[in-house]
Design a protein around this ligand. Sequence first.
Ligand code: ZN
Length: 185
Amino acid sequence: MEQLNDYKIAFRGLKSGDHAFEFAISDALFEAFENPEVKGGSGVARVRLDKSETQLVCDVEIEADVVVPCDRCLEDCTIAVDYEGRLVVKFSEEELEYDGEVMWLFPGESEVNLAHYIYESIILSLPYQRVHAEGECDPAMMARLTIGTEEELQAIEQRATQSEEQSGEWEKLAALKAKMEENEQ
Ligand SMILES: [Zn+2]
């Protein structure tokens, strides 16, 4: 998981107060976590870190484009993710579990790795339904997947055109009939 070293902040040498960091998000982040649902992505994570004696407060902003299979046509589909959240890093001699808000480090540690937090925040920001914008699905895939309904649709269209033509004929006939009747009078 060497790729994940790119998301570390070495905070030990930092002065108290605000510090800004920027991390590039690339396919490597998603590959490292081996999530079959995500094919890749790119973007940026901006971190404002407020260092104090007892904790680090990280305000994180993520803007990323994530590539996932489209729920409708199964082809690659890019979903824009916008995330804003806060991660607090605290210190304890005890080994404590990260609960989604507070991450615990041992007092002697000098680096915090945000890879997992950034990855998880992106995954949790993905919409429930992941589909292309209307009309942007792969038409070949759609035809293959919906062949039954496609045929039905064509049949309905054909029926509609036929009846339209017929009703056109009837209108013409009716007009002709009316004209003839007028002439007779
Ligand atoms: Zn699609």
